[in-house]
Design a protein around this ligand. Structure first.
Ligand code: HPA
Length: 268
């Protein structure tokens, strides 16, 4: 898409004056998971130093890029529910494309639909269902960045998933992620519907970024942190505090998984 070509060029220009690192692995961290960045070494660049990045809508959630020779990690997403145009939601992936990233790891917080899941569990995303009501590739396309009708049949690389499952010293389950716009959580009836549709977990992010990554030919992998059981599964209300609380509780385990996968991706 011409608009994305322009954005990628602009990112490239900005990055040229900011950093010399050109890593091959990109990471996008989800809600409540940014602390994972603290233990990694690298240069930290606030989003505000990168003019093409959208402005955060929540005060105090500034967002930053942490970059080293091996990886570029983005802490701070732009959610569709914040009112960002869908073309802005995917700018973190365009930034990674501008750096030349070839493999992407995305993480998110999600509500568990599959009754075998429990809060605190970390699930490898096998596939997604786009229920956001939009798609970041809507618009004129001149074919210079990717195909008009990108294949999504291996959106979460099967080969990389296999390597992760075979290599990691952690019992990983796979699941299908349903992406909705939010920001209201789902009703119990919506969760029953999503279950019938084949979803194992539900969230409000990731789908737009993964569509763009596939369009650009970036091999992608994703993890959901099950922060709560979805609406109606347990007889209790949902809250953002629960989401943040669970994410904080599993931070160390999540960090070690993310670090192992980053290492594995770097050696690909
Ligand atoms: N629903 C949607 N998004 C979420 C949830 C949920 O239950 N938990 C964390 N993100």
């Amino acid at each position: 898409m011409a608009e994305y070509t322009k954005t990628i060029h602009a990112f490239r220009e900005s990055l040229n004056s900011i950093t010399e690192s050109r890593p091959k692995v990109g990471v996008i961290l989800g809600s409540g998971l940014s602390k994972i960045a603290d233990s990694l070494s690298g240069e930290t660049i606030d989003y505000s130093k990168i003019p093409e990045m959208p402005k955060p809508t929540v005060e105090g959630h500034r967002g930053f890029l942490k970059i080293s020779r091996d990886f570029a990690l983005l802490a701070g997403r732009f959610h569709y529910y914040e009112g960002h145009p869908i073309h802005d939601v995917v700018k973190p992936v365009l930034l990674l494309q501008a750096l030349g990233v070839e493999q992407l790891l995305v993480t998110n917080a999600a509500g568990g639909i599959n009754p075998d899941f429990s809060p605190g569990q970390i699930v490898l995303i096998r596939d997604h269902i786009n229920l956001m009501g939009t798609n970041p590739l809507i618009g004129p396309d001149n074919g210079e960045l990717g195909p008009r009708f990108p294949d999504m049949s291996d959106a979460y690389s099967r080969a990389l998933r296999k390597r992760i499952i075979d290599t990691l010293d952690y019992p990983l389950t796979e699941g299908v992620y349903a992406g909705l716009s939010g920001p209201s959580y789902e009703t119990p009836a919506e969760i029953r519907m999503l279950k019938q549709l084949g979803a194992d977990m539900v969230g409000m992010s990731t789908v737009p970024e993964v569509i763009i990554a596939n369009y650009l030919g970036i091999r992608t992998i994703g993890f959901s942190c099950i922060t709560n059981m979805a609406a109606g599964i347990l007889d209790q209300p949902l809250s953002h505090q629960e989401v943040i609380g669970t994410a904080a509780r599993v931070e160390n385990r999540f960090r070690s998984i993310v670090e192992s996968v980053m290492e594995l991706l770097t050696s690909e």
